[in-house]
Design a protein around this ligand. Structure first.
Ligand code: NAI
Length: 463
């Protein structure tokens, strides 16, 4: 293997592999170092397999209600093991897809754990690769437990999303600790496969980073479905036995004891910055453990850049991929479109889905912005009624004076797709009027976006 490259990338997740493709497209010789399967957490043990499982959960729910739609599905039986195997095949296909892309773009893939060395070098096994231009650090993140209260991940009764994705059977009962994206998605999946779920969130509401109306709608939907949701809750103690876990949970001034077959830790992720030689190269980290970067994503060591989860929040695949494109374009002497960190869509793929961009209504209030909220419920949308998916709404926060879209929040079926109309609008600084000017096809869920825009202007048509 030739050991000298223009660009070396450490980590083959959505930040690293996309950076590798763009780097190669721009004519730079590129090496990608990966110790595991290509595609990283997202492809192998994150975004992609969970979306496959969420679709299985969706089918299970759909079939349970099929009679109403004139379809007799008989008694619905679910098998998590089969769904899990399918999700593995989907992940493997995607990972092979990344391998193909590396070959297509003539990216050299160095297999093994890479260790950074001074002088823009990366040691992989006995090889030392050298970058003429830059080393990109894209080592991502991993799940973390709560060892301080006895909840260290033991992979049997105290599990993380890593293990949950490989279970052969859905547990009879499960406490999910943390109601961020991971917690919400797994609560949804396992509930559909017959698990009794207790969702425990430390902050006063589930999905605490989302708009409060989105959190409330989701909490109502989950509770209606039979998922127990405990918010403002402190897990004081966890005792893991061989086949059960006892939890002491304090909420609303009372302590309750909960016994479950397993606990799923979904209380956030830690970045992979240890043991890769950062300090030796002069790459510093922030108080919160992320790699310190400047506006060009260069670290404190010239020639070393950080992209993806290690470079700071939001820890989202699409943010990492964009950083990979941005840095490689800079290295190739281009002037890339600046990354607007306030315009990164956030999506939780639970049912109903939650998608948002920009400010929440509380943030508008905190900033004392003069805004108007336009809303449209899916219960008033013909397409949503036709599919029996009337939960949720579109809410657009409009700056009163200039019509700027300050934020947008969607809860409902296909929210993950619908949000992009507003992402494009915000990226290009369109006003709500400009969003509504485009004719929206009828009947579509997207009409709710146009109607919410109209509502913010006091001209809503269908409510
Ligand atoms: P998160 O930080 O988004 O949510 C963790 C939740 O756990 C928070 O609501 C927090 O208040 C709560 N929490 C923390 N300690 C707790 C405790 N002791 N007891 C009860 N609750 C506690 O982390 P999550 O969901 O693990 O996801 C990690 C990262 O991966 C996030 O940045 C997330 O956005 C990203 N991700 C994105 C997905 C998506 O885009 N659909 C899917 C999965 C993860």
């Amino acid at each position: 293997m030739a050991n000298s490259f223009d660009v070396i990338i450490l980590g083959g997740g959505p930040a690293g592999y996309v950076a590798a493709i763009r780097s190669a497209q721009l004519g730079m010789s590129t090496a990608l170092v990966e110790k595991d399967k290509l595609g990283g957490v997202c492809v192998n043990i994150g975004c992609i397999p969970t979306k496959a499982l969420l679709h299985s959960a969706y089918i299970a729910r759909l079939l349970s209600n099929a009679k109403e739609f004139g379809v007799e599905a008989g008694s619905v039986k679910t098998d998590y093991g089969v769904a899990m195997q399918r999700s593995r095949r989907v992940s493997d296909q995607n990972s092979k897809g990344v391998e193909f892309l590396m070959k297509k773009h003539k990216v050299t893939v160095a297999r093994g754990a890479g260790m950074l060395q001074p002088g823009r070098k990366v040691k992989v096994g006995s090889d030392v690769l050298e970058a003429k231009q830059a080393v990109l650090i894209a080592t991502g993140s991993r799940v973390k437990g709560l060892p301080q209260i006895g909840l260290e991940i033991n992979k049997t009764t105290v599990i993380s999303s890593d293990e949950a994705l490989l279970l052969e059977k859905a547990p009879p009962s499960l406490a999910v600790i943390g109601a961020g994206a991971v917690g919400m998605e797994f609560a949804d999946i396992f509930h559909a496969f017959g698990t009794k779920i207790t969702l425990i969130e430390a902050l006063p509401r589930i999905l605490p980073l989302e708009d409060a109306e989105a959190s409330d709608t989701l909490a109502r939907s989950y509770r209606k479905r039979g998922i127990e949701v405990i918010v403002g809750a402190k897990v004081k103690k966890g005792t893991a036995g061989k086949d059960k876990v006892a939890l002491e949970v304090e909420a609303g001034g009372a302590t309750q004891k909960i016994e479950v077959a397993a606990v799923l830790m979904a209380a956030g992720r830690a970045v992979n910055t240890e043991g890769i030689g950062l300090a030796e190269c002069g790459v510093q980290v922030t108080d919160r453990g992320f790699i310190k970067v400047d506006a060009t994503l260069q670290t404190t060591a010239p020639g070393y850049y950080a992209i993806g989860d290690v470079a700071g929040p939001p820890m989202l695949a699409h943010k990492g991929s964009r950083e990979g494109v941005f840095v490689t374009e800079l290295l190739a002497g281009k002037q890339p479109h600046p990354i607007k960190y306030d315009n990164v869509p956030s999506v939780t793929y639970c049912h109903p889905e939650v998608a948002s961009i920009g400010l929440t209504e509380d943030q508008c209030k905190e900033r004392k912005l003069d805004y108007v909220a336009g809303r449209f419920p899916f219960s008033a949308n013909g397409r949503a009624r036709g599919s029996g998916e009337t939960e949720g709404f579109v809410k657009i926060l409009r700056d009163k004076r200039y019509g700027e879209i300050l934020g947008a929040h969607i809860v409902g079926a296909h929210a993950s797709e619908l949000i992009h109309e507003l992402a494009v609008a915000r990226e290009n600084e369109y006003t709500v009027e400009e969003v509504e000017l485009a004719i929206h096809a009828h009947p579509t869920m997207s009409e709710a976006v146009a109607e919410a825009a109209l509502d913010s202007l006091g001209r809503v048509l269908n409510i």
